[in-house]
Write a protein that binds this ligand. Structure first.
Ligand SMILES: CC(C)=CCC/C(C)=C/COP(=O)(O)O
Length: 298
């Protein structure tokens, strides 16, 4: 590789390293052949001055660069300012508290309203509560939406059924109830929202995740069973209305008994309603699950 003459090193280095102001000056130099305000140089002058300043300028530049490199912090780049040091952890949390997002504020407000409303509506939470006399009745409603009677009742009906159509419907109801139990247990285990403080833990048969309240298992089951029954049972209109009312009363009773917050029940009703669509989509029939149905025919 050819060695560049010293002139090139001296002239090119400062131009490459200069900032905006330096570039402006360099543009003037390029245009006029000299820095602004200086005497216009002749080609011979330029050549001789370039030669005479070669060694000293080069040494000065290298020394300046070296000293800049020594004084510059290790993390800084040549063209950017060094990044500001991260604020201590406590200060970061303060900033987050001072600048919460819109979604954060909305969620906190919703939860505050939810807790306040749930406490006000928990009128059967204890015998001494405003509607404490209705507590035994609410507990009957609680049992009517409990998983155990529904599972046992469906399994019994399945064993007793002698028509293929009834068997198909009951098998799918059993599948839906089991799916619901699993889904609610998973969501409760993930969200881990504690039951309201005013709840008395005197519930009929619970499993470990039932110490959590989101979503309400009774509400999901009530919505799921309600949709299932309305689709697969031929009922008179008053009975259909009664089924819908039962689902709503089960949901409301959860808040009145102090078992749940309002949002637990609302989400539970939505989840149960949506779960029915999944059950419909995965409908088990002698065509889609022949092995399962063969159990009964043999
Ligand atoms: C033991 C079995 C088969 C089911 C447990 C049903 C149960 C206790 C659900 C909890 O419902 P909430 O979440 O509405 O309180």
């Amino acid at each position: 590789m050819p060695r560049w003459p010293p002139l090139c090193r001296v002239v090119l280095l400062p131009q490459r390293r200069q900032g905006k102001r330096g570039r402006k000056a360099a543009a003037t130099t390029k245009h006029t052949g000299s820095p602004p305000g200086a005497r216009r140089q002749q080609p011979a002058d330029m050549l001789s001055s370039a030669h005479t300043c070669t060694e000293t300028a080069c040494h000065k530049l290298q020394a300046r660069k070296r000293s800049r490199r020594l004084t510059r912090p290790a993390h800084s780049s040549r063209d950017t300012l060094p990044p500001l040091p991260a604020p201590p952890r406590g200060q970061q949390e303060d900033c987050m508290r001072l600048n919460p997002s819109f979604a954060g504020i909305a969620l906190r407000s919703l939860l505050a309203v939810d807790l306040w409303a749930s406490k006000r509506l928990g009128v059967c939470a204890a015998e001494g509560s405003a509607w404490g006399g209705a507590r035994p009745l609410m507990k009957v409603v609680e049992v009517s939406g409990h998983g155990l009677p529904w599972l046992l009742g469906t399994a019994y009906g399945l064993c007793q059924s002698d028509s293929a159509a009834t068997r198909e419907v009951l098998l799918n109801l059993l599948f839906a109830l089991l799916l619901d139990l699993v889904l609610v247990a998973v969501v409760k285990g993930l969200v881990k929202r504690r039951r309201p403080t005013h709840n008395k833990m005197d519930m009929f048969v619970t499993i470990s995740v039932d110490k959590y309240s989101f979503p309400s298992g009774h509400a999901t089951r009530a919505a799921l069973v309600c949709r299932f029954v309305l689709h697969h049972l031929v009922l008179a209109v008053p009975l259909r209305v009664l089924v819908v009312l039962w689902a709503l009363i089960v949901g409301i009773s959860r808040v009145m008994l102090g078992r749940h917050n309002v949002t637990d029940v609302l989400f539970g009703l939505f989840l149960g309603y949506a779960l029915y669509s999944v059950v419909e989509y995965c409908w088990l029939s002698p065509l889609s699950a022949p092995a399962l149905f063969a159990l009964w025919s043999s």
